[in-house]
Design a protein around this ligand. Structure first.
Ligand code: ATP
Ligand code: MG
Length: 245
């Protein structure tokens, strides 16, 4: 008889049996997803599938009616976004939600609101800006003056300023030109290589499946498929429904 070694490393993010509704209308039904260490996981779903509701239920903006959320093994179900930030979870929300009158630098500094180690924040600021060299010269420009793609980069940069260990991105490529989509995809890959665990929620299945290790499909609030991203990208049903093939 062999004894399997016990893997004691806590799972970065585990969502189990999560349900949520708006009034009487169910939006999530028994959703379970896991983000293992070092993974980029994507959740693909059409308009209205419940993607943003899942993000909001994870980060405490929508109250689940059932199920739980664990962050590195700790039950964090229903904790507010600012408590979650302090525990290492950061979100790039749908529609970016930048403060458009404030400068890019001020938006990034807001991302570090929960941190008190100014020296470490300063070092992270330089590291984060290095990911977006095209923006470095414009730190004093109001966020609203940037292009859509640049604003998305600023939103990602702001989320990184909290030094997250788990990063949730809600449709970061929507509405962007193909070259900018590729740039965002490349940035997500580079972020993951620095040890950040990434959950990427997307309608753009082609991009999402190309950057992710593993993928889930969300339909009408329920997970209907789960597999390696490369396997789902080759599945005829996924190709028909999500890849326009
Ligand atoms: N605040 C709300 N009040 C009532 N119903 C809502 C609310 N927000 C979302 N819904 C409904 O819940 C369902 C899931 O919406 P959700 O925004 O999570 O979808 P989504 O997958 O993020 O869609 P999209 O790709 O358009 O962003 C939809 O039917 C939507 O109309
Ligand atoms: Mg959404």
């Amino acid at each position: 008889m062999t004894i399997e070694p016990v893997n004691t490393e806590p799972v970065p993010l585990a969502v189990a049996g999560l349900s949520a509704s708006y009034g009487v209308v169910p939006a999530l039904r028994d959703v379970s997803i896991t983000l293992h260490s070092g993974e980029i996981v994507t959740l693909i779903g059409a308009n209205g599938a419940g993607k943003s509701t899942l993000i909001k239920a994870i980060c405490g903006l929508v109250r689940p009616s059932a199920g739980n959320v664990r962050l590195f093994g700790e039950d964090v179900t229903g904790l507010s976004p600012d408590r979650l930030v302090r525990k290492g979870l950061s979100v790039v929300p749908e529609g970016r939600r930048l403060f458009s009158e404030m400068t890019m630098r001020e938006n990034l500094e807001l991302g570090a609101f929960a941190r008190s180690d100014r020296a470490a924040v300063g070092r992270d600021f330089e590291r984060v800006i290095d990911l977006f060299p095209e923006l470095r010269e414009r730190l004093a420009t109001p966020a609203g003056a940037f292009s859509g793609g640049q604003q998305q980069m600023i939103a990602v940069a702001r989320a990184l300023m909290s030094a997250p260990r788990v990063l949730l991105l809600d449709e970061p490529t929507i509405g962007l030109a193909p070259a900018v989509v590729d740039r965002i995809a490349d940035i997500i890959t580079r972020i993951a290589r620095t040890g950040v665990n990434v959950l990427l929620v997307e309608q753009n299945a082609e991009t999402a499946l190309s950057v992710a290790d593993r993928a889930y499909i969300l339909e009408a609030g329920a997970i209907t498929a789960e597999d390696r991203a490369i396997t789902l990208a080759e599945s005829p049903e996924v190709q028909r429904a999500y890849l326009g093939i």
